[in-house]
Design a protein around this ligand. Structure first.
Ligand SMILES: C[S@@+](CC[C@H](N)C(=O)[O-])C[C@H]1O[C@@H](n2cnc3c(N)ncnc32)[C@H](O)[C@@H]1O
Length: 372
């Protein structure tokens, strides 16, 4: 199948949405790692970087990342105290050269506009096949290094680059958050093809023919099931409908804060389900009389699940309750809503450090929950 060059046509609405999510996600991620005293260096990888722009000058992912890294009024780059490097890779020579020009131009314009001598960030543009770049010893050394914070963008065409091994390498890399794009409908359509099975074990995927709009959820579950048992890890997805096809993003982090930040971005884009650019859970439409984003089907369903877990005592404290909520694609405040409701009905009692804090859960004091 011949793929169209994404940078040759003006980015369409779904590409712009994808880029917006990349940018928003990085905007949330970057300050956390800048301010983390245990992180000595930050590496940002964009392994399928493209040429930097579309024909009308819309920024592609590398320039989106550079733009976000400056911060409002240069609040980040003017105060930076640790080395920050951006590594952009693009396998097509022509596109890699254009990207190099675009990055240089972007940085020199930025330096002139802001009156800086030289940008504090190091940038490099590589021209390699993804896997050669990914398995390069320097990249692998960075991936394994606990003192280096890594943000990894994998904006592949189709689905063939992020195979099981790459996924597991990412999941097992410390201080590494990643986000990748995948054409979920195509896996569904070509699931029987030997050429698909080389990359994705489609025997392990149960697509529901009656629910094509959920195919990216199914693909996200395929990857979720690959996470080593017992490992604390967070994975969430965002489905993007374009015409009759479903694409999507998959985000992974080994820290609850990473997932809180990604979910914040997702719920800002989709206040009903926090996971799509369409009405994935058949809620009332926004302009209808019964529209109520606070009581969306997804929120109601997850609230019920949380409630049941509390009542059968599988959840006995706030921290594990909030982590469970995150793993179900919802922000921790949904857990707090359930707690308040159960407490109001005298169904539960809380003991210990009582609070209703619901953000940065790694810092929240723990309390116990007992059934009355
Ligand atoms: C979806 S586009 C990425 C677009 C880019 N993120 C942007 O915002 O403009 C995928 C890019 O990856 C490049 N590519 C395809 N296969 C690759 C491979 N095996 N290794 C590296 N780059 C590859 C393509 O040439 C294309 O420019």
């Amino acid at each position: 199948m011949m793929v169209k060059d994404i940078n040759k046509e003006v980015f369409d609405e779904s590409t712009l949405l994808k880029l917006e999510i990349f940018g928003d996600c990085f905007r949330e991620w970057f300050p956390v790692f800048i301010h983390n005293p245990f992180i000595k260096k930050i590496s940002i990888y964009d392994f399928f970087a493209g040429s930097g722009k579309d024909p009308v000058g819309n920024h592609g992912s590398p320039l989106v990342l550079l733009r976000e890294s400056m911060g409002n009024d240069r609040s980040y780059c003017s105060k930076i105290k640790k080395p920050i490097e951006f590594i952009f890779n693009e396998s097509l020579k022509r596109k890699s050269r254009t990207l190099d020009d675009n990055v240089r131009h972007y940085l020199s314009t930025c330096e002139n506009d802001k009156g800086c001598n030289q940008c504090v960030y190091a940038t490099s543009v590589e021209n390699e096949e993804f896997k050669d770049c990914f398995y390069d010893s320097r990249v692998q050394g960075n991936l394994r290094n606990e003192e280096i914070g890594k943000f990894i963008l994998l904006d592949q065409y189709g689905f063939k680059e992020i195979d099981n091994q790459i996924f597991l390498d990412l999941v097992n890399s410390p201080k590494t958050d990643f986000i990748f794009f995948i054409s979920s409908s195509f896996i569904n359509r070509f699931k029987e093809e030997p050429n698909t099975k080389i990359h994705i074990d489609t025997e392990k995927i149960n697509f529901d023919a009656s629910l094509p709009n959920e195919c990216h959820r199914v693909i996200a579950n395929y990857f979720r099931n690959m996470i080593p048992q017992g490992k604390e890890y967070y994975l969430h997805h965002f489905s993007i409908k374009k015409g009759g096809n479903y694409y999507g993003l998959i985000f992974g982090s080994n820290h609850s804060l990473g997932m809180e930040k990604f979910l914040k971005v997702c719920w800002e884009k989709d206040e009903l389900s926090g996971e799509s650019n369409f009405n994935i859970d058949n809620d009332f439409e926004e302009d209808s009389l019964f529209y109520n984003s606070e009581k969306s089907n997804k929120k109601q369903k997850i609230k019920k699940k949380i409630q049941n877990k509390i009542l059968n005592q599988e959840i006995r404290d706030n921290i594990s309750g909030m982590k469970y909520t995150l793993k179900n694609g919802c922000l921790p405040r949904l857990f707090t809503e359930v707690i308040k409701e159960l407490e109001d009905k005298n169904t539960i009692k809380r003991f210990g450090d009582l609070n209703f804090a619901s953000t940065s859960i790694h810092k929240i004091k723990e309390y116990e929950i007992k059934i009355c």
